[in-house]
Design a protein around this ligand. Structure first.
Ligand SMILES: [Zn+2]
Length: 136
């Protein structure tokens, strides 16, 4: 997937948004898995775009992931202008690709392809709940 999608992904468009946030509030980052073909999705999907089944179950994304790619963002989208710079990364968690931000305390020059990270749920200053990556 391209990095152009980062920062403007709408979980609402993927449905299941309410449950996703409820899990975050419990400190769990979750995706959905198709009960029919077994494919996993992040962000969570309400139905499988491979076999078109809509019998999905939640699974937790936990443990160690490995950085697939990353990019430093120096120009924020509208509403995030004061937030830059930050680093966005695509991380593989046991075959599930999860995109997100690195903790801002981690300098971009410390981040490397293949580096081990974990996803940590965090609360943003505006009260929104999100998640970020930290070196494992
Ligand atoms: Zn499926």
């Amino acid at each position: 997937m391209g990095f152009e999608k980062f920062g403007q992904v709408s979980f609402a468009a993927q449905t299941k948004a309410a449950a996703f946030v409820e899990y975050l509030e419990k400190g769990e980052l979750r995706g959905t898995k198709c009960k029919s073909c077994g494919r996993s999705f992040f962000p969570p999907r309400a139905d499988c775009n491979f076999c078109l089944n809509s019998d999905m179950e939640w699974f937790e994304i936990k443990g160690q992931g490995n950085v697939i790619s990353f990019t430093e963002v120096n120009y924020g989208p509208t509403g995030f202008e004061t937030d830059v710079p930050y680093t966005l990364a695509l991380v593989d968690f046991d075959g599930v690709e999860v995109f997100g931000r690195f903790d801002k305390k981690v300098p971009a020059d410390r981040i490397k392809i293949g580096m081990a990270v974990k996803a940590v749920v965090n609360e943003l200053p505006n009260g929104q709940i999100s998640y970020e990556f930290l070196p494992e």
